[in-house]
Ligand binder design. Structure first.
Ligand SMILES: Cc1ncc(COP(=O)(O)O)c(C=O)c1O
Length: 474
């Protein structure tokens, strides 16, 4: 097994040389910075494309070697380090496969970056509604029948975009057959695997969509691997997608001064997963199972396990996820997200022998639940259901180019049934738009919006929800 970390080692060598900086960045190895010493220590490694340190956009030396190791680790033709998060990978994969006016088939509960990419490219989206999972109370994946029907109806589609796993750690059992079907039609499958960078670590986890033949896969290394925020991977393993086009767009979309600290953390994350053993996977699964049992012993706390062993859902009957989140934060336990029903925890990808203070956290969670039970229950009982699946396949009424020139108006959202949305409304997190421009506003969407507002969700997008107003096409 390769034990190298080319970028980490290259940067460490460079630091030890005590080189003089007459180059950017202006903090001069941190010397001019007034940040606390711990920050300044890290800035020592914040360098730029100097001799011997290679260039992310045209790699020939240590970055190329590290990207080769990454491709080897994931068993793909070509891998890229991303310093703009999975967001930039999602943009690049759609730019690389679609031109203005081209059709693209998209799982509707995609991250906002997918919708942004479609708008920027000027592609014509066809949405496929996800299924609803009663156990996790979340929208999950598109069914085989719905996806293949969309492909049959729109054979001219230039790509299909899936999200696998979901933010909540649910995986699709249909993805292998979906990939095979699309490949028969020569349509590439682009997968937003932001939450699945760790899947390839061992066979005890769910398989990565790469194992099913996905053409392009984007992974937020920073979400489940020990990488820094914004550090992501992109893999291309395809006869249908031109890898040079991906590279071309990454060069345009990413900074011309990519952070070497992020690159080092990606190199290190690749090493972490490459050296992750089956026994490590068994260890974290065992730890998770024991902890889930211990949490269940806390009366009134419901613990829901999902496909991904690193994710766990917690609920307290009668209280919204936002209330539980607040109670946990009072005990200094910070969760990944809350929704109307529950909170989502992301557990650490431990290796054998690593410890994490699970017992102490359980005590705090118990105190939080006790405190929560002494407060008022949620004002409304959350009953959300799939806001997407009344029609399996939909097209927005207008393209983003058309919407840009159309007259719009602000209305109380309760009076917008049957109207066409002019702006995105994005509950955040998870960042999956409830409404996208050009989409018909249905009763199901409005009920979900009402429920989200009543239970305390926060929103991104262009809205005036504090006045209960949204923007529609006039
Ligand atoms: C499903 C999904 N895709 C893409 C992204 C964007 O990832 P990043 O934050 O790495 O840009 C997110 C972020 O939460 C996400 O949940």
């Amino acid at each position: 097994m390769q034990k190298k970390k080319p970028i980490v080692e290259g940067l460490e060598r460079f630091r030890q040389q005590q080189n003089i900086s007459f180059h950017v960045p202006g903090h001069k190895h941190g010397e001019l910075s007034n940040l606390p010493q711990a920050f300044k220590d890290v800035m020592r490694y914040d360098v730029t494309e100097l001799t011997g340190l290679d260039d992310l956009h045209y790699p020939e030396e240590m970055i190329l070697e590290a990207e080769h190791l990454l491709a080897d680790t994931y068993g793909v033709m070509k891998s890229f380090f991303l310093v703009g998060g999975s967001t930039v990978g999602n943009l690049a994969m759609i730019y690389a496969t679609c031109n203005r006016g081209d059709t693209i088939i998209v799982q509707r509960n995609a991250h906002k970056s997918i919708f942004h990419a479609i708008e920027l490219v000027g592609a014509k989206a066809v949405y496929v509604s996800p299924q609803w999972d009663e156990r996790t109370l979340t929208a999950t994946h598109v069914s085989y029948d719905d996806l293949t029907q969309a492909v049959d109806c729109y054979p001219e589609a230039k790509a299909v975009v899936l999200t696998y796993p979901t933010y909540y750690g649910m995986t699709s059992k249909d993805i292998a057959r979906q990939v095979a079907y699309c490949h028969e039609k020569n349509i590439p499958i682009l997968v937003d695997e932001a939450h699945g960078a760790h899947f390839s670590a061992c066979s005890l986890f769910q398989p990565s969509s790469l194992t099913f033949g996905a053409d392009v896969v984007v992974q937020s290394a920073h979400k489940t691997l020990p990488a820094m925020t914004m550090a992501s991977f992109m893999h291309v393993n395809s006869k249908l997608v031109n890898v040079e086009r991906i590279h071309h767009y990454l060069r345009m979309l990413q900074s011309s001064s990519p952070s070497y600290i992020l690159l080092a953390s990606l190199d290190d994350a690749r090493y972490y997963i490459q050296t992750y053993m089956e026994s490590d996977g068994a260890y974290i699964i065992e730890k998770k199972n024991q902890w889930a049992e211990a949490l269940r012993a806390i009366g009134s706390l419901e613990v829901i396990e999902v496909d991904d062993p690193l994710k766990l859902l917690l609920r307290v009957d009668g209280y919204s996820g936002y209330q539980l989140q607040e109670a946990l934060e009072d005990k200094r336990v910070y969760v990944e997200l809350a929704d109307a029903h529950q909170v989502l925890l992301v557990l650490p990808l431990l290796k054998q022998g690593y410890s994490y203070p699970f017992a102490d956290i359980r005590v705090r969670i118990k105190e939080a639940v006790t405190a929560l039970l002494n407060t008022e229950k949620a004002a409304i009982e959350a009953v959300s259901q799939n806001a997407y699946n009344f029609v399996a396949i939909t097209e927005p009424m207008y393209s983003s180019d058309e919407i840009a020139t159309m007259e719009k108006e602000w209305l109380p959202y309760m009076r917008t049934m049957g109207r066409t949305a002019a702006s995105m409304i994005i509950p955040y997190p998870p960042g999956i738009p409830l409404l996208v421009p050009g989409e018909k506003i249905t009763v199901a969407k409005l009920s979900q919006l009402e429920e989200l507002l009543a239970t305390g969700a926060t929103f991104q997008g262009n809205h005036r929800l504090e006045e209960k107003m949204i923007e529609v096409i006039k």
